[in-house]
Design a protein around this ligand. Structure first.
Ligand code: ZN
Length: 241
């Protein structure tokens, strides 16, 4: 089975549609690592589009905040304003859907977590030390995480751990090593590449492919401006940070 691995859509329907179009015909099922909503202008549309495909979904800190299950005071002022707008916008149906999701699970021999296996809602895995600590907190070979909006792989062989930049040109095989893999963010990349990020995982061959696809950033920005979402959140999309 071939999996489309996505994370941090953040209510950016244009980016999500671009990912689905780019990967068309190359996957059987979606694994979404959370933060479907928050920041962007299309929370209900993104939930609906995800639900129209065979999928498994986790919930992240922004999903929990949108449901009112996390105190918005823990977010910076711009994120807080976006969360408050999202709380007012979210439909009862989207709410019921998100309420039922876990933040970590094991599926088909893979651990998946929104943020990290150790702290599935909050921890940022961005350095080797944090990645090494987290290896103790899952027992599959590979753990897929989102949350940082940075596409990368941590690979551990014989006690040494390496942070690897994504290879967009060729797949890598997730064998003979323990790995923590981040597909990057669909709707708000923060690795200085504004294109939408995703991954393709082939369960039979354990091969992983990082992907990027451009999308119409201005179209998303226009909808954000129309909803008076914070200017800083609007401009960051074009810089990918
Ligand atoms: Zn996020």
């Amino acid at each position: 089975m071939r999996i489309l691995v996505i994370s941090d859509i953040h209510a950016n329907l244009t980016a999500f549609e671009a990912v689905l179009a780019d990967a068309r015909g190359e996957w059987d099922e979606i694994w979404c690592l959370g933060d479907v909503i928050g920041y962007g202008p299309d929370p209900n549309e993104c939930v609906d589009l995800l639900r129209s495909h065979p999928h498994t979904c986790l919930r992240g800190n922004h999903d929990l905040a949108g449901l009112g299950e996390i105190d918005v005071k823990t977010f910076n002022p711009a994120a807080r304003r976006a969360i408050e707008w999202t709380q007012a916008e979210i439909s009862d149906e989207s709410r019921r859907y998100l309420e039922g999701l876990p933040s970590r699970m094991t599926i088909e021999g893979y651990t998946i977590a929104h943020a990290s296996p150790r702290l599935p809602v909050w921890e940022y895995v961005l350095d080797e030390h944090t990645a090494r600590e987290n290896l103790k907190h899952f027992d599959t070979d590979c753990c897929l995480v989102g949350h940082t909006h940075v596409a990368l792989i941590f690979a551990s062989t014989n006690g040494t751990i390496q942070m690897l930049a994504p290879n967009y040109k060729a797949p890598v095989r997730l064998v003979e090593t323990r790995t923590i893999v981040n597909p990057g963010s669909v709707g708000q990349p923060r690795d200085h590449d504004p294109r939408a990020a995703y991954g393709l995982l082939d369960l039979e061959t354990a091969s992983w492919q990082h992907r990027r696809v451009p999308y119409d950033i201005a179209a998303t920005q226009q909808r954000m401006a129309a909803h008076r979402l914070p200017p800083g959140l609007i401009s960051r999309l074009q810089y990918g940070q």
